[in-house]
Design a protein around this ligand. Structure first.
Ligand code: 5GP
Ligand code: ZN
Length: 113
């Protein structure tokens, strides 16, 4: 999508600090980290949010979670980490390209669930 910043990051049109990449996903450090480790994992196709996941694109979600496991190990998050995926305005999604936040490196106390 032409006006999507995460599509531009995937294409290299906007610089990012790459953490991991494969055929399905691209992962990079969040520009405004909320924890010592804050990585964003995004599918290499434009899916707006979880509401648009279906059988035609769910392989990207499975591959994102495979990547999350690899990245968490590589980042040394052996004590645990949180994966967050915001969908829509009520959840506070600001970039309308599906992404998974990996947050770790600190003991988290506040939680919704
Ligand atoms: P959301 O609120 O949509 O779940 O999360 C979007 C995330 O993208 C935010 O944590 C924000 O800091 C991050 N972000 C927005 N623009 C950029 C950017 O240009 N580069 C990087 N690395 N992260 C970004
Ligand atoms: Zn996009």
């Amino acid at each position: 999508m032409a006006d999507c910043i995460f599509c531009m990051i995937i294409n290299g049109d906007i610089p990012s600090t790459k953490v991991y990449e494969d055929e399905y996903v691209y992962a990079f450090r969040d520009i405004n980290p909320q924890a010592p480790v804050h990585v964003l994992v995004v599918p290499k196709v434009h899916i707006a949010c979880t509401a648009d996941i279906d059988e035609s694109n769910s392989v990207y979600v499975a591959k994102a979670y495979e990547a999350i496991a690899k990245i968490a190990k590589a980042e040394g998050l052996d004590a645990g980490y949180r994966v967050i995926c915001n969908c829509g305005d009520d959840a506070g999604q600001t970039v309308k390209h599906l992404h998974f936040h990996i947050l770790g490196g600190v003991k988290m106390t506040e939680k919704m669930v």
